[in-house]
Design a binder for this molecule. Structure first.
Ligand code: GLN
Length: 503
């Protein structure tokens, strides 16, 4: 296998701008890697080889002509299939959108294209981003590159697995309750959920509009900062977009990489540890705290008493919003249309299309959401959940008065076996206990690998910052990454078993 797939996006970008390699070579190396391993991993739903190579050739030409290019120009990227891409199939992991080819690009895709990043393809995911294992995809399981019998996390398991398996140096994920960070944790990759409103949602197929955020999936903290700066920033097409420039993320990552955290107050969230967390996850967490302290950070304990109710509030707010967002998939406008033989009225077409087009988990959440929103129950369920949401936001405000960043394990356990939690929705939902509070409050969060548990599988460390202070994630994340890699003698991913390569 070519070295070009093993290096970070930042290193590849340097080689490209120095003229050591061409984007066509780098893109082809990743396409070859996809051919070699994706039969086993199944990270991709669609590979856009021709389009990627055409972009690469164009970038090479522009570079040769002396054009001033974006720092990441020519570095290939994979995009989660919930993000609309003009001319490339976009299914959101659902049969109801099978065969749909969007007529426009999401804002973040437009930015990726304008910067000259070849798009390798679209990655697998739980249907409409509902899940923590990618097993709810209508198009088959994605396998964790560390152990192919295990889940890659979800809903963005495809993006995380693609990056972990060296099929792509960069990927886009979306995070409504943890779908960037939890897959990052269980695959040994880095994932960031930006501040709500800091990356445009225009062109993301909505799950829960008040919670959804797109963000980077990478192998290093610096790579996430580079990609985050590319896709982030104000967009008039998203009414919730923040009309302020992003803080300096790449600069913060570079500052952090020196390993000096003098003066940084790190708050350990008391409620996000202990019962339900695997012993190896807790052990790695404590070791990481010791590393941060040795780097000059002050460790304080903070309490967020309402986090206990975050999961409950999330599973009312998210399905409520999703039930409304998914109403547009009616067999009339996009994708699948099922026409019953007798008496095919519009209503019966809609019912048949939704009956066949949606999977069980999506139906479960639509039922839950429409129930929670129904007259007579609205105040008791949706109304109460919104009050809890406010209390969680206040917990964050109080905690951030005591600390610059907050930390916790990203996920309570390492990757579980495929099939293990498929019949137990509640057990599946519990994977996101530590990630959901950030979505409810709109604050940013980063997950980075911080070691292996006793089962030899990767563990994730979560850093949270106040809204619009995403730079803090990168400073602290890059410092911890640098110090951990010094101990390991290289990236954690280099300890993953080699995948069998098909030729
Ligand atoms: N696993 C969570 C859920 O099923 C989060 C999903 C997400 O972030 N898209 O809702």
């Amino acid at each position: 296998m070519s070295d070009l797939t093993r290096i970070s996006a930042a290193t590849l970008a340097e080689k490209l701008s120095a003229g050591e390699v061409s984007s066509v070579e780098a893109t082809q190396a990743h396409l070859d890697r996809i051919t070699a391993v994706d039969g086993a991993v199944h990270a991709f739903l669609h590979v856009s080889a021709d389009e990627a190579l055409a972009t690469a050739a164009d970038v090479d030409q522009r570079r040769a002509a002396g054009e001033d290019l974006h720092a990441l120009a020519g570095v290939p990227i994979a995009v989660k299939d919930v993000v609309v891409t003009k001319g490339l199939p976009t299914t959101a992991g659902s049969k109801i959108l099978e065969g749909w080819v969007p007529p426009y690009d999401a804002t973040l895709v437009e930015r990726i294209k304008a910067a000259g990043l070849p798009i390798l393809g679209k990655t697998n995911m739980d249907e409409f981003a509902m899940g923590s294992s990618t097993e709810h995809s209508a198009y088959g399981n994605t396998h964790n590159p560390w152990d192919l019998t295990r889940i890659p996390g979800g809903s963005g398991g495809g993006s995380a697995a693609a990056v972990a398996a060296y099929e792509a140096p960069l990927a886009i994920g979306t995070d409504t309750g943890g779908s960037i960070r939890q897959p990052g944790a269980v695959t040994g990759t880095v994932g960031v959920k930006p501040t709500y409103g800091s990356v445009s949602r225009y062109g993301l197929i909505a799950m829960a509009s008040s919670l959804d955020q797109a963000g980077p999936v990478t192998r290093t903290v610096l790579d996430s900062a580079l990609l985050h700066e590319l896709i982030g920033g104000h967009d008039p097409l998203d009414s919730t977009s923040i009309a302020e420039p992003l803080p300096g993320l790449v600069a913060a990552a570079r500052q952090g990489a020196t390993g000096d955290l003098t003066g940084v107050r790190v708050g350990v969230i008391r409620e996000l540890q202990g019962e339900g967390y695997q012993a190896g996850v807790l052990a790695r967490f404590q070791e990481s705290l010791a590393i941060l302290e040795a780097a000059g950070a002050t460790i304080v304990e903070v309490s967020c008493p309402h986090f206990e109710y975050a999961l409950g509030a999330y599973y009312l707010i998210m399905p409520s919003e999703a039930s409304s967002n998914l109403a547009k998939f009616d067999g009339m406008r996009f994708g699948l249309r099922v026409v019953p033989e007798d008496n095919p009225t519009a209503e019966r077409v809609m019912s048949a299309t939704r009956g066949q087009g949606f999977g069980d988990e999506v139906k479960r959440r639509i039922i839950l959401g429409t129930y929670a929103l129904s007259a007579g129950y609205y105040d008791a369920y949706y109304g109460s959940a919104q009050k809890v949401r406010t209390l969680i936001q206040r917990d964050f405000d109080a905690a951030f008065a005591q600390a610059d960043v907050l930390v916790s394990p990203t996920a309570p356990t390492t990757a579980f076996k495929l099939g293990e939690k498929l019949d137990d929705p509640l057990a599946m939902y519990l994977n996101d206990v530590a990630t959901i509070p950030a979505n409810l409050a709109g604050v940013p969060g980063l997950s980075l690998p911080n070691g292996l548990s006793d089962d030899g599988l990767p563990v994730g460390f979560q850093v949270l910052a106040p809204a619009k202070a995403d730079d803090r994630l990168y400073r602290v994340g890059a410092a911890l990454e640098a110090l951990l890699e010094k101990n390991w003698g290289g990236p954690l991913l280099s300890q993953a078993p080699e995948l069998e390569v098909a030729r």
